[in-house]
Design a protein around this ligand. Structure first.
Ligand SMILES: Cc1cc2nc3c(=O)[nH]c(=O)nc-3n(C[C@H](O)[C@H](O)[C@H](O)COP(=O)(O)O)c2cc1C
Ligand SMILES: CCCCCCC(=O)C(=O)O
Length: 381
């Protein structure tokens, strides 16, 4: 996206407002009011005592941008290039499963928004619509597929192959969810979107899944069995590498040594993530893990980040600390619950615009210039 004060687009945020909540805190409050407690709790909450969930936000507040001025920022270009592909903005749609809990037709709505903005839609394994259904309904726009490894390797290979055939641009293997985190909110509410079968399309339409179904076994029960795979190992990643031509990203890497091992395994990119604090509590905030990982992988290796991004300045900080782009999670789920596709459009458009305004006010005309900005870290660290 190129935005220019001459065209007046830097003024949009002053003139265009409607009933949509402004700011992600207000959005979350409105979703809390609108959604059943167990659904809101499932989305909002983190694992354990929610230390990591909290620290994800605090990490951003520890860093301050030292802005540069007098640089003529009337033209700001937010576009990025990753693995040879150009996207309009350093924003991506984080894979979020089971969205049928908040909307009748979630996956088409979100894929449409991503396509209209030319940002990658990262489709979760556990969506209401399958890879094929999404690619048919929304044929344009960049789409990546997030893979939860299955206990039955054949299903994982089959899903990767289906994504490649459907024209998806990359496979994202999530490595931090080989078992489910300790989620007390869900326990209190006795709530499991998995058990409700909200995310079964990719499995039930998979030939390897159907072949592996035991006689009389319930499909949802089998999906849950497949999703839990504590044996996940680098050997699985190496095997997948040999079976797909698509670029592979690993989502959930937090240790520089794992990042180096990923490169050795032929991986094309890393998403530094703690799953929004939903998996292991007490682990490092993604933003704090980022600089050491950038150091380990070198300046050109594709590095993305999620967990805790809520506004434009957060995006600037993540890029200045070494990310090439960020994934945006929970807020778009709340927007979907409140206003459907229009809500998702507004939350992403607002964030994209806030990024452009933040770039201009920091003195960066391009993403490369954002990466050169200086950050000051609070003295208590
Ligand atoms: C309700 C919910 C469902 C999620 N489902 C998935 C999923 O299916 N696959 C995945 O890799 N990550 C999943 N995530 C994690 C997100 O992709 C992302 O890492 C996280 O939400 C980022 O943190 P943020 O919400 O603070 O932006 C889910 C997160 C939420 C809140
Ligand atoms: C065994 C893991 C299934 C989790 C699917 C959704 C998810 O990632 C989440 O955070 O919730």
């Amino acid at each position: 996206m190129t935005t220019s004060s001459k065209k007046g687009s830097f003024l949009e945020h002053i003139t265009i407002q409607d009933s949509f909540p402004i700011g992600t805190a207000q959005l979350e409050a409105a979703a809390k009011h609108a959604l059943p407690a167990e659904v809101f709790g499932h989305i909002r909450s983190g694992a354990g005592g929610e230390e990591t969930l909290r620290k994800n936000r605090e990490a951003f507040e520890k860093y301050s941008i030292i802005p540069r001025f007098l640089r003529n920022v009337s033209e700001v270009d937010t576009s990025i290039r990753i693995l040879g592909k150009e996207y309009a903005s350093p924003l991506m749609v984080a894979p979020i499963g089971h969205l049928k809990m908040v909307h009748e037709e979630p996956d088409f709505a979100i894929a449409n928004v991503a396509a209209s903005m030319n940002i990658p839609y990262i489709q979760s394994t556990v969506t209401a619509r399958s890879i094929e259904e999404v690619s048919e309904a929304v044929p344009h726009g960049p789409k990546w597929f997030q893979l939860y490894w299955s206990n039955n390797d054949a299903i994982s290979y089959s899903m990767a192959e289906r994504a490649e055939k459907a024209g998806y641009e990359a496979i994202v293997v999530t490595v931090d969810t080989m078992i489910l985190g300790w989620r007390e909110d869900d326990m209190r509410h006795q709530y499991s979107p998995l058990k409700k079968g909200y995310g079964k399309a990719n499995y039930v339409q998979d030939p390897a899944f159907q072949e592996g179904l035991k006689d009389g076994q319930d499909e949802v029960e089998s999906i849950i069995e497949n999703l839990h795979h504590p044996s996940l190992h680098w050997d699985n990643i190496t095997a997948l590498r040999q079976r797909t031509k698509l670029p592979i990203f690993l989502k959930g890497i937090l240790h520089p040594e794992d990042a180096k091992q990923a490169i050795k395994a032929g991986i094309d990119g890393i998403i530094v993530s703690n799953h929004g604090g939903r998996q292991m509590d007490g682990i490092i905030p993604s933003l704090e893990a980022l600089p050491a990982i950038r150091e380990a992988v070198g300046p050109d290796f594709p590095l993305l980040l999620d967990s805790g991004i809520r506004r434009g300045a957060d995006v600037i900080k993540a890029l200045a600390l070494g990310a090439d782009a960020i994934l945006f999670g929970r807020p778009y789920t709340y927007a979907l619950a409140l206003q459907g596709e229009a809500g998702v459009q507004k939350i992403f458009a607002n964030l994209a615009q806030e990024v452009a305004v933040s770039m201009a006010l920091s003195g960066a005309k391009t993403i490369e210039e954002v990466k050169q900005l200086t950050l000051k870290i609070a003295a208590d660290n």
